[in-house]
Write a protein that binds this ligand. Structure first.
Ligand code: ZN
Length: 115
């Protein structure tokens, strides 16, 4: 059973890397193309396109992080900003953001505190 946002195997992880490369190349071409259309010298357009592509690679685009469930230790590969994630083994609710695990019940505590 696979939970939403979970990367189950190497093939899916490879697919994500492939998609990332396609997005980077596509962005590179679009930025270069726009540069030509608005008559930016090709050298400058190339540098701009390179910077955009570099930003996409460095940024957390489809980045996969390895997390383990705080309750049962289940290991999962998840997208860095998966968001809500329920452990497939013990149904522990957590929130994955920027590669960090936060228990989903933080919200419940806040509701209790307010009332
Ligand atoms: Zn678990």
């Amino acid at each position: 059973m696979s939970a939403p946002g979970e990367v189950k195997n190497r093939h899916q992880e490879f697919g994500l890397i492939l998609v990332r490369c396609i997005v980077v190349v596509f962005t590179f071409l679009v930025v270069s193309g726009v540069g030509i259309l608005v008559n930016i010298p090709p050298g400058i357009a190339g540098i701009l396109a390179g910077l955009v592509g570099f930003g996409l690679i460095v940024g957390a685009l489809f980045d996969v992080v390895h997390v383990s469930c705080p309750r049962c230790g289940y290991n999962a590969n998840l997208l860095r900003n998966t968001g809500s994630f329920k452990c497939p083994e013990c149904s522990y609710d957590m929130y994955i953001y920027d590669g960090n695990i936060k228990p989903a019940d933080i919200n419940e505590k806040q509701v209790t505190w307010q009332s």
